[in-house]
Design a protein around this ligand. Structure first.
Ligand code: TXA
Ligand code: MG
Length: 339
């Protein structure tokens, strides 16, 4: 199959591919998504095949705005409208009861048979236009092959998906750089299943009480979001996530690791402290948004045969830092080295 590369001005073309059951990689503010009409079961099935995604891992549906909540969900609590009003379009996914009857409704293939559905409204003008023109909810997981770092540019999508999907819409690099926050509104108090672009602090400003899923904080607990239990985002090299009090401690630790085959993923300003090793800075330690924006691109860049070991400087878990650390921990197979 020849994969078309579309520009932001070709939303109508992308929408018509989706309407006719094809797959299109679409830009969002978080990461690129691999989109299909959520109402076309065959197309949704192909998403799983193309990504090599386990069948038990449900997809997020992407909608044009809060009015879609009552269309695809039932028993929608007031809090959903408050949050959608405040943060949509934006990096917040809401888990709600899925309407299972009436036509059309979201098929089990999208929700992996759960009685809930994850819904979000992405903040990217071209993709919002595609959703509106297609006139259907768009089911879209991140556009990477399963297990690999998410894609934040059209070129990364092309690398993973060329020849396997009808089109990729190039909407430039993703602003946030890691996936949306997933908030489960079917439990009391609401629970964060995956940290992301909207922070726990922001959610706690809007809702009285918000919990973190135990699977995010306690080792050995199974996360409630099915996708959060898989190893993820991993380059081929072994990744060591290093938590340390300052740059000096990290530099000293890195000195003790052989240069050959080692890459260091550090913070901006520290690049010259690791002579003999491959070095890449992924953002500023005091600005976690910059780390979030570049972490996946950095992991992809270091996914090279000559690199067998990656040492990563771990940020603080405040604000978006919580999401950055969550993704890096997954890439490291759950381990974190505390100096
Ligand atoms: O920012 C994002 O959310 C991106 C862009 C493309 O929108 N999408 C994304 O999708 O990250 P994906 O498929 O890579 O991750 C979706 C996560 C998975 O961990 C999945 O298990 C969880 O959402 N999920 C989906 N539906 C769910 C549900 N009904 N209940 C709990 N978790 C759900
Ligand atoms: Mg993903």
């Amino acid at each position: 199959m020849k994969t078309l590369l579309l520009t932001s001005a070709e939303a109508e073309k992308a929408a018509s591919i989706l309407r006719s059951g094809g797959l299109v990689a679409l830009p969002t503010e978080t990461v690129y998504g691999l989109g299909a009409s959520a109402l076309e079961e065959e197309a949704v099935k192909r998403i799983f095949e193309v990504k090599g995604r386990p069948q038990d891992n449900p997809l997020i549906i992407h909608v044009a705005g809060p009015e879609a909540l009552s269309e695809w969900c039932e028993a929608v609590p007031e809090s959903a409208y408050i949050l959608a009003e405040r943060y949509w379009p934006g990096p917040l996914t809401l888990v709600l009861r899925c309407r299972k009857t009436g036509e059309p409704h979201i098929p089990d293939r999208v929700t992996a048979g759960l009685d809930t559905v994850a819904v979000r409204c992405p903040d990217h003008p071209a993709t919002l236009e595609v959703i509106r023109l297609a006139g259907v909810p768009v089911a879209a997981p991140s556009a990477n092959l399963s297990g690999k770092p998410s894609t934040t540019t059209a070129l990364h999508c092309l690398h993973d998906l060329e020849g396997k999907v009808e089109a990729i819409l190039d909407g430039g690099p993703c602003r946030v750089g890691l996936e949306s926050t997933i908030l489960d509104l079917t439990v009391t108090p609401p629970r964060v299943l995956r940290p992301g672009g909207i922070t726990l602090e922001q959610l706690r400003e809007s809702l009285r009480e918000v919990e973190l899923d135990r699977g995010l904080v306690l080792p050995g607990e199974t996360p409630k979001a099915p996708g959060m239990k898989y190893r993820h985002y991993a380059p081929s090299a072994e990744l060591t996530l290093v938590r340390c009090r300052d740059a000096e401690a990290f530099i000293q630790y890195a000195k003790g690791v052989p240069d050959e085959g080692t890459a260091v993923l550090c913070w901006t300003g520290e690049e010259n402290a690791f002579p003999g090793k491959q070095v890449l800075a992924y953002g500023r330690g005091d600005e976690p948004e910059t780390l979030a924006a570049h972490v996946f691109a950095a992991l992809r860049e270091l996914d090279r045969p000559e690199i067998s070991r990656i040492l990563v400087r771990c940020p603080e878990e405040d604000g978006v830092g919580l999401a950055v650390v969550n993704r890096l921990k997954k890439a490291a197979g759950g381990k974190i080295l505390c100096l």
